[in-house]
Design a protein around this ligand. Structure first.
Ligand code: UD1
Ligand code: CA
Length: 557
């Protein structure tokens, strides 16, 4: 018997109420890819003639996933009346051609289903007894809420009982329905047309085609699959189980391809991660979607990669972050605390420490010093930075994009580069360094002298010094005005410090307050309160003069 055309129906319209999420269930991700994408990939491996995906209303995001798959269409099931109803909707969309084909129905919520298993079902249909209907079954350790497959004495399917409709004895049967059905198109769709909804959920169950088929004398059979592979995701806990299972599968596959995973279970891989030969991945590495690691690449611990091509011999991390749109050239280095986004690093280029390289093209062998930032965003738009072949960017450089540093150019450390740097040029853009001989010693002496003075007085002096500096720079006419302003400030501060004085007293030690009281008494005895105030003012004036001369001194140098 020659094989008929193969039409696949993917059921993905369900709301997934048990996920407790606003996101349609089939868009929840496993290994960084929506569940539906995994199913579409497995289906595509069979090279079917047509694929019809049944979606719910408003599931545009899911529909977009079909764009990468040839001969794949979508149809909307406006009301979710059950899996049987969904297949009927698909049948209507497929038209007459479906009757001559073999029709395979898979669910969008079984993301681990392997193409090999689907092929085994197709092969079973072409064995001598040529069953009209096939069901994929499995025996899970915990059958939970799966539908139960009831066999007849010949091993055919007598019926499938949904968990909600099953009694104790039926639930004790551990042969479960995986939700995959293969059948002769004409047979399957005629049976689907006869489905009713007289059951616990008031739904049109696809599973009922087996009982209807048995009654009509149709032959059926079961193909048994691996429980892990047919795991149906209905809840967040199921999703996590699927994630773990796929995770182990991906790790196994990577190791089978020769990847050294130093501590496999701490590494997270995506379904589409690609490896060259002799790739080494250290512990605690996250490899998100869209990553390829070339021959001999080493990804060091605690690195986070997504949407990046890392070419042969490159070393990433530890603690590196590679973001989408990036290409790390052969033998390039991206070291600790370096973030690379939408950037291409040429062969042998290095960014070893603490940098942000975004929207950038880095030439071969260029060296990006620690703390370099490409300032790619001006608050409105993103701009590009270009760094030439063999260029050297000194540490702590800000490259304000759009900007270009020519081949072999050198940028001095600490520069803020706002204009293009020509090839072979040396650019330095930073404040010039000045040196004051013995300045440190003088500074300390000055500070030391003030140590005895109360905190408030120090503040006053600093302010006066600032005013004094301005005064020193001013014309003689302005000078006197500045002086007046300065003395006014001092007066104001004095009143302020008088106000705070009582508070201070309570806080200070008894001995200190005793001394103050003693000296106050002595001062009162000597010349009275007025004269004491005069002495204070004189002292403030002295300090002012000292700091003014300091300011002038600084200016002279
Ligand atoms: C279904 C099976 C059950 C099996 C289990 C395996 C039926 C009636 N039951 O139960 O025997 O053990 O899968 O995982 O088939 N869907 C639609 N439209 C609808 C309803 C569902 O497209 O109106 C889609 C869902 O999006 C989902 C798939 O069909 O991808 C299965 O539906 P779900 O509600 O998850 O069925 P289960 O209760 O898991
Ligand atoms: Ca399900």
């Amino acid at each position: 018997m020659p094989e008929a055309e193969l039409v696949v129906v993917v059921l993905a319209a369900g709301q997934g109420t048990r996920m407790k999420s606003n996101r349609p269930k089939v868009l929840h991700e496993i290994a960084g890819r929506p569940m539906l994408a995994h199913v579409l990939d497995s289906v595509a491996a069979l090279a079917p003639d047509r694929v019809m995906v049944v979606l719910g209303p408003g599931m545009e995001e899911a529909a977009a996933l079909t764009a990468d798959h040839p001969r794949t269409e979508t149809v909307v099931q406006a009301q979710r009346l059950g899996t049987g109803h969904a297949v009927a909707i698909a049948g209507a969309a497929l038209g007459q051609a479906r009757d001559a084909a073999d029709v395979l129905v898979v669910c969008g919520d079984t993301p681990l289903l392997r193409p090999e298993t689907l092929r085994a079902m197709v092969a079973r249909r072409y064995q001598a007894d040529a069953p009209d209907l096939l069901c994929l079954a499995f025996r899970p350790p915990h059958p939970n809420q799966y539908g139960r497959v009831v066999l007849d004495e010949d091993g055919g399917v007598r019926r499938i009982v949904e968990y909600a409709d099953a009694d104790e004895s039926e639930r004790a049967n551990d042969l479960c329905n995986a939700g995959v059905v293969l059948g002769d198109g004409a047979v399957l769709f005629s049976l689907v047309g006869a489905l009713g909804n007289d059951n616990a959920k008031r739904e049109y169950y696809l599973t009922d085609v087996f009982a209807l088929g048995a009654a009509a004398g149709r032959r059926s059979a079961v193909v048994e699959g691996d429980p892990e592979e047919v795991l149906g995701v209905n809840s967040q806990a199921d999703r996590a189980r699927a994630e773990e299972a796929l995770h182990m599968r991906l790790l196994g596959r990577a190791m089978a391809e020769g990847v050294t995973l130093v501590d496999p279970t701490t590494v997270w891989l995506s379904a589409d991660t690609r490896f060259g030969r002799d790739v080494v991945i250290e512990p605690a590495v996250y490899v998100g979607p869209g990553v390829s690691l070339g021959d001999g690449v080493r990804v060091r611990a605690f690195s986070y990669l997504e949407g990046v091509r890392v070419e042969s011999g490159a070393v990433i991390g530890p603690f590196a972050r590679l973001r989408p749109g990036s290409v790390i050239g052969p033998d390039a280095r991206v070291g600790n605390f370096v973030e690379v986004k939408n950037a291409v690093l040429g062969a042998g280029a290095k960014a070893n420490h603490l940098s942000y390289v975004g929207d950038t093209a880095v030439g071969e062998r260029a060296n990006i010093g620690a703390g370099t930032i490409t300032c790619n965003y001006d608050g409105i738009a993103k701009h590009r930075t270009e760094i030439g072949v063999g260029a050297f960017i000194g540490s702590n450089t800000a490259l304000v994009a759009p900007v270009r540093v020519g081949d072999r150019a050198i940028v001095g450390a600490g520069s803020t580069i706002t204009r293009d740097v020509a090839a072979d040029a040396l650019a330095v853009a930073r404040g010039e360094q000045r040196e004051v001989p013995k300045g440190a010693a003088r500074f300390r002496a000055r500070r030391g002298g003030r140590k005895a003075v109360a905190k408030t007085a120090t503040k006053t002096a600093a302010k006066t010094a600032a005013g004094g500096k301005k005064a020193a720079e001013a014309t003689p006419a302005k000078k006197s005005a500045a002086k007046k302003a300065a003395s006014k400030k001092t007066a104001a501060k004095k009143t302020a410090s008088k106000k705070t004085a009582p508070k201070k007293k309570t806080a200070s030690k008894k001995t200190a307050s005793k001394t103050t009281m003693a000296s106050n008494k002595a001062a009162a005895k000597k010349a009275g309160a007025k004269r004491a105030a005069g002495t204070k003012q004189a002292a403030a004036g002295k300090r002012r003069a000292a700091s003014q001369s300091g300011a002038r001194g600084r200016k002279r140098r």
